[in-house]
Design a binder for this molecule. Structure first.
Ligand code: ZN
Length: 520
């Protein structure tokens, strides 16, 4: 299916510049895998010239096979007065080894003169040289025209000349960026139309939400001739954020009726949105359009009544199309098909009419009520489903543990002991660590690796803690999300308790158990 609108996700680059967002390399890999499964067309992985974490991400990504998405690295045009061949930042873009390279350059004369402090001619040469150089190295080149709209308003002929320079040098796509996020939809439409009249290359749109119009501006550009849209999941990004793809995608597919994504992918939108929030360790916004938990909830008596009679009376669309649901009428069926779908992803075959499904669903609801979240904890979900379906005992049992802390030569050292049992055989181990969770992880691993050598490869790659609001007046609960990897796969597991150590142990145990059942 050839898309009418290409989706370009920059959650891992522009999105990661949002306040309160800090992705580890393993977070970025997991999000990239999720976006690929969701079938976006491009994933911008980062800016290798701006930080070492992004270089590491691209090194890891080289070993991954993305099925649907093409990976892009991001950077700028060459520096002024430097030959493109000897520009280190451009060299890093090639080293990233991605099929797609996106570079940004200046449109706005004000920036050329005052920020770059160079001549209009040199700026055109910087654009042309860099695009040509990357094309010569076999890259698919996207040219992001920074401040495209402000630049056009200042000097339209010069703005056009910069875009034409990119096109002439062989760019595959020229994307107009509303970098400061202050444009109105009619301006974006008019300028996109003007550019469309002068360029033959594929055109894209990259907007920001500074005046609450990020999505509206992107749609306006698509109506005026752009066929590629850049944005982030949940609208993450600097200041007030980027064009929110979580809103833009269903608007493009369901309202503008342009082909961009299969309906089965679209039905995973809510899950994707929650997954990315979980990885970012942010609460999901209930009022988020399309995917928020309140987006289709009906509280007012007349609404509920009307919705029960005729669902279309108070809903602009069927929530299931984006994987959301009506909250007054949570149907067991919707819940069921979600679990069946999730289980299939995890390699567990379930049929829709399986009687155990009801038990699984009830258990998940109970745990969610207690503060668990499974969107980013597929390891825990798989362990839970298997436990109920197969009724087999877990591969190992933790019979007790103890964690203590002491100071030694002004350093604090944590020590953990743990008792495990495997098929009637007991092991009792001790380990030290620089924190209680680290010590517990080491002790558990040491105890288990004698029985299951394959666990030697499993590593804890990330650890996140969230304090859940207490509604009951009792002590607040802690949710721990652990990410693990065996070098090939990454997975998440979750634990919840009033005690952070206990919550961590739950997540650690699930992680090991998932590694074992997965390998089996
Ligand atoms: Zn941006």
């Amino acid at each position: 299916m050839k898309p009418e609108v290409e989706l370009y996700d920059t959650t891992l680059r522009d999105g990661s510049q949002g306040e309160g967002i800090n992705f580890s390399v393993s977070d970025k890999i997991r999000i990239a895998e999720k976006l690929d499964a969701f079938q976006v067309h491009f994933i911008e992985g980062g800016w290798p010239g701006s930080n070492p974490k992004d270089i590491e991400f691209f090194e890891l990504a080289k070993r991954k096979k993305f099925k649907h998405a093409r990976l892009a690295s991001f950077g700028s045009t060459r520096r002024k007065g430097v030959a493109v061949e000897s520009d280190e930042q451009v060299a890093l873009l090639l080293q990233a080894g991605t099929p797609v390279v996106t570079i940004y350059g200046k449109t706005w004369m004000l920036h050329v003169k005052e920020v770059l402090r160079t001549t209009p001619e040199e700026n055109l040469a910087m654009i042309g040289d860099t695009v040509r150089f990357l094309k010569d190295h076999g890259k698919y080149v996207i040219y992001d025209a920074e401040h495209a709209f402000d630049g056009f308003k200042g000097d339209s002929e010069y703005a056009l000349a910069t875009w034409i320079a990119a096109e002439k040098a062989g760019a595959d796509n020229v994307t107009l960026c509303d970098t400061n996020g202050g444009s109105l939809p009619e301006e974006v439409a008019a300028i996109t139309r003007a550019a469309r009249g002068r360029l033959t290359v594929k055109m894209g749109i990259h907007t920001h939400d500074d005046i609450g119009l990020g999505v509206a501006n992107a749609l306006a550009a698509l109506q005026a001739g752009a066929t590629h849209v850049q944005g982030t999941i949940n609208g993450y990004g600097e200041r007030t954020g980027n064009c929110n793809l979580t809103s833009a995608i269903p608007n493009i597919a369901l309202k503008m009726k342009k082909r961009c994504l299969s309906s089965s992918s679209l039905a995973q939108l809510k899950e994707l949105s929650q997954f990315v929030d979980e990885i970012a360790n942010l609460g999901h916004n209930p009022r988020q359009p399309w995917v928020g938990s309140a987006a289709f909830s009906h509280k007012g008596g007349t609404h509920v009544n009307a919705v029960q009679k005729l669902v279309s009376s108070y809903e602009h669309i069927d929530p299931a199309l984006v994987g959301n649901q009506r909250t007054v009428l949570i149907s067991d069926l919707a819940g069921r098909s979600n679990i069946v779908m999730k289980a299939r992803e995890l390699g567990i075959k379930l049929s829709d009419d399986l009687p155990e499904l009801k038990t699984i669903l009830a258990r998940i609801k109970e745990l969610e009520h207690a503060g668990y979240e499974f969107e980013a904890a597929e390891g825990s979900l798989a362990v839970l489903i298997r436990k109920i379906l197969q009724g087999r005992p877990a591969p190992f049992q933790v019979n007790g543990y103890h964690v203590s802390m002491r100071r030694e030569n002004s350093a604090s050292i944590c020590e953990a002991t743990i008792k495990v049992e495997v098929k009637g055989k007991a092991a009792h181990t001790v380990a030290e660590g620089d924190g209680p969770v680290n010590a517990l992880d080491s002790a558990l691993r040491r105890a288990l690796v004698n029985f299951f050598p394959q666990l030697g490869k499993v590593q804890l790659t990330d650890y996140k803690v969230r304090i859940l609001d207490s509604m009951t007046g009792t002590a607040a609960k802690t949710r721990v999300l652990i990410e693990s990897s065996d070098g090939l796969r990454h997975w998440g597991t979750v634990g919840v308790s009033e005690n952070i150590i206990e919550a961590s142990l739950q997540a650690l145990v699930d992680s090991m158990e998932f590694a074992l059942v997965k390998a089996a």
